[in-house]
Ligand binder design. Structure first.
Ligand code: GRF
Length: 186
């Protein structure tokens, strides 16, 4: 039986949400940070702090082959929940089935608005006065699983993608640990 309070985080890059999940871990424990990019700055950060890490370059592997190796690493560390934090790779149906109902992700929009890439650009182009971020369950449909928590962030006059991303990221760092704490108890 997998213990949902033991969380593995998947990243591909910077890992600011990973840092927030680690620094605010309560009610759950981060047992592994895994990446499809061995050079992800977030992996270096985690390793330097004594967090268990696993990484493998995914680009030369078939999607499911990579996912099976990553799933084994998660099991080797006793993970029971998988938290995506800037993991820029579509998960295989096999992986989603294997971890069904136990994979969460953070997305920089008020879902169901702006699924997929470029959420900030699309919110600015639409002239939305408010945007935000959402934590949701991961299913086979991109960014379309059950929404577990959302927070609104105002779009300010003069905002560009960079300034908006920064303001939304601050909200992400508060929302994700809070929602994860509630999620692992259900
Ligand atoms: C965040 O905007 C998150 O919402 C999206 O990818 C970005 C990851 O940033 N899924 P970071 O690596 O956590 O800094």
């Amino acid at each position: 039986m997998r213990d949902p309070r033991r969380v593995g985080i998947l990243i591909s890059g910077r890992g600011s949400n990973m840092r927030a999940l680690l620094e605010k871990a309560s009610g759950y424990e981060i047992v592994l940070v895994a990446s499809n990019n061995p050079d992800a700055p977030g992996i270096e950060w985690a390793r330097a702090r004594g967090v268990q890490t696993w990484s493998l370059a995914s680009k030369d592997l078939a999607r499911e082959d990579f996912d099976r190796k990553m799933s084994s690493a998660l099991d080797d560390h006793g993970a029971g929940t998988v938290a995506l934090a800037g993991f820029m790779r579509i998960l295989s149906p096999w992986f989603i089935g294997e971890w069904r109902g136990r994979i969460v992700n953070i997305h920089p929009s008020l879902l169901p608005k702006y699924r997929g890439l470029d959420a900030h650009r699309r919110a600015l182009a639409a002239g939305d006065p408010v945007t935000g971020c959402s934590v949701h369950l991961v299913t086979e449909d991109l960014d379309a699983g059950e929404v577990l928590g959302r927070v609104e962030v105002p779009v300010l006059a003069g905002d560009d993608e960079r300034s908006l991303e920064g303001r939304v990221l601050e909200a992400e760092h508060l929302l994700y640990p809070k929602v994860l704490r509630e999620f692992v108890r259900r």
